[in-house]
Design a protein around this ligand. Structure first.
Ligand code: ADP
Ligand code: ADP
Length: 221
């Protein structure tokens, strides 16, 4: 599904160069659930951003579904990204003055050939999948943190992506709400969606197929 070969990434800010990732070889298979773990600053978010084609590597090759991304133009990378990935973040990133249903519809606004009624239907379906069918008319601040994260998951899956990328999705949730979010990710994975998730929680990570450990920008296990 996703292959990284000898991938490195250096950030350049003013006079400071940070080698965030070095010679990463990683193969994420279809329908796998992979957890990425490691101390703060070791390169986990950078790795997730590269996998999700939000950023380009300084060296090495990334393949998504067999296609070498390097040969794509920016516009085509964006198309591939939107078709392949759904993103979930620690801080939900919901738009506070849009209702839940309108937040979930957002990724579909960029799609051609889809009617407003079809967008609504898909958004409703996604919300039902995360158990929030009754909350569609609410605003995000009327929901608990766990519910807001479930809205964010609905938004991430509404376009039926093959891969869900989650950067510490339970980091701001208590353990009960975190476990609920984890249950939903596992359910989506069981239905065939590939999941790559950054977490600091060993209990959560043990529920995945595989744990990838990063230290100082390198894969160590
Ligand atoms: P983690 O997600 O494991 O906390 P990151 O991938 O965010 O780690 O960061 C890895 C390293 O790269 C850190 O030293 C961080 O400060 C640096 N870094 C990340 N993003 C940038 C950026 N946009 N510009 C400069 N340095 C960055
Ligand atoms: P994490 O929850 O993994 O610690 P952060 O909040 O540190 O994530 O980073 C979120 C994003 O901010 C990173 O993916 C990266 O793009 C950017 N970032 C992180 N560190 C830096 C930095 N030192 N300079 C600029 N941007 C950064």
């Amino acid at each position: 599904m996703i292959q990284l070969e000898k991938v490195s990434k250096t950030y350049q800010t003013d006079k400071v160069e940070t080698l965030a990732l070095k010679d990463i070889d990683l193969h994420v298979k279809e329908a796998e659930f992979v957890c990425i773990m490691g101390p703060s600053g070791c390169g986990k978010s950078t790795l997730l951003n590269l996998i999700g084609l939000l950023d380009r590597p300084g060296a090495g090759a990334i393949r998504v579904g067999g296609a070498p991304v390097k040969s794509y133009r920016d516009k085509d990378v964006a198309t591939l990204r939107n078709r392949t990935f759904g993103f979930i973040f620690q801080n939900f990133h919901l738009i506070s003055d849009l209702r839940v249903i309108d937040n979930v519809e957002l990724p579909l606004l960029y799609r051609a050939n889809i009617t407003a009624a079809e967008r609504k239907r898909l958004a409703r379906e996604a919300l039902e999948k995360v158990g929030l069918g009754a909350r569609m008319e609410h605003y995000p601040n009327q929901l608990s943190g766990g519910q807001q994260q479930r809205v964010a998951i609905a938004r991430a899956i509404v376009g039926r992506p093959q891969v869900l990328l989650a950067d510490e999705p339970t980091g701001n949730l208590d353990s009960k709400m975190g476990a609920e979010v984890m249950d939903i990710l596992l359910k989506l994975n069981a239905e065939g969606t590939t999941v790559v998730m950054v977490t600091h929680d060993e209990t959560e990570a043990r529920r995945a197929n595989r744990i990838v450990r990063v230290f100082d920008g390198q894969l160590v296990a």
